[in-house]
Write a protein of this length. Structure first.
Length: 297
């Protein structure tokens, strides 16, 4: 079982990512920022290797304005060799990376402009992973989107628009339940139509579910059926509720006792667990150390 964290590395030198304001996004500035960000990713990979963290989510901000027409820099060719170097490090060390577009990448919007932008953003994320030369087991996680006053129609729109995506994008996409609109049961039903793997998010499920009798493990096992050999090991998201915050808000750090109770309920399943927590790598290392200490006993 592998445990990882998302996007940023806390307290580690030379791992910060940089961007700029739109008005300052000249080709020279963008080239400088991309070079810096790829170096930061390299340092993060080294840090993860040193700490035996095999799972990492790459920030969508790796390439500033990556899916925007503002960025006219031919960055895929300019940095092709650097991407290959990073990809070689990932492959040689059996690391697994992923990406997760943000809340504005909405494939089921009734606004065609929003859908076009979403497709462009998914193409950008796919291009990053393709340039790294990693297999289809390195995924892009996507939420279904909004309800727009008509959930059945919004689901149909997602299915139709998903089917229009380039196959190179579809082979990387994984769909996930959210904490407000689409339950894990909704997402599993959509998966049956589009044949995409499903990521189970425990905190989203706690905040938004239809069947209170269903257990987390039963849902994880249902999601497991959606993962094919070419998709790699089943992946789930794990987080804990932040005290005093809105339902679904991530905690600052992982409570190890609570995590271990969840882990022991997985019945020995071989999973990749992505922690979604504010202190990122710190909690990931604590969880890994706890598991290793138990294995030594």
């Amino acid at each position: 079982m592998r445990i990882g964290y998302a996007c940023l590395t806390v307290g580690v030198p030379h791992t910060a990512f940089r961007s700029c304001l739109l008005k300052n996004a000249s080709e020279q500035k963008l080239a400088e920022l991309i070079e810096h960000n790829l170096d930061s990713l390299d340092h993060i990979l080294d840090y993860n290797l040193q700490n035996q963290i095999d799972l990492f989510r790459i920030t969508s901000d790796l390439i500033p304005f990556g899916s925007s027409p503002v960025n006219q820099l031919p960055w895929p060719s300019l940095f092709a060799h650097r991407f290959l170097q990073l990809g070689e490090k990932i492959r040689q060390n059996d690391l697994r990376v992923s990406m997760h577009p943000g809340q504005y990448t909405v494939l089921n919007s009734p606004d065609p402009r929003v859908v076009r932008n979403a497709v462009a953003d998914l193409a950008y994320h796919t291009q990053v992973l393709d340039l790294l030369g990693v297999s289809g087991a390195h995924k892009i996680i996507l939420h279904i989107g909004g309800v727009y006053g008509d959930k059945p129609q919004a689901i149909r729109r997602f299915i139709v628009n998903y089917g229009l995506l380039d196959p190179s994008i579809r082979q990387r996409l994984v769909i996930e339940n959210d904490d407000r609109s689409y339950t894990i049961d909704d997402v599993l039903e959509i998966s049956a139509f589009i044949q995409a793997p499903v990521v189970f998010d425990n905190l989203h499920h706690a905040a938004n579910h239809m069947d209170p009798t269903g257990t987390e493990i039963s849902r994880i096992l249902e999601c497991r059926k959606t993962w094919q050999p070419t998709d790699g090991r089943q992946k789930i998201h794990y987080s804990q509720q932040a005290a005093g915050k809105r339902s679904g808000a991530h905690s600052e750090s992982i409570n190890l006792d609570e995590f271990m109770a969840f882990y022991q309920g997985l019945s020995g399943l071989d999973l990749d667990i992505m922690l979604e927590v504010k202190d990122k790598n710190i909690s990931a290392i604590q969880c890994l150390q706890k598991l290793r200490s138990l294995q030594r006993q």
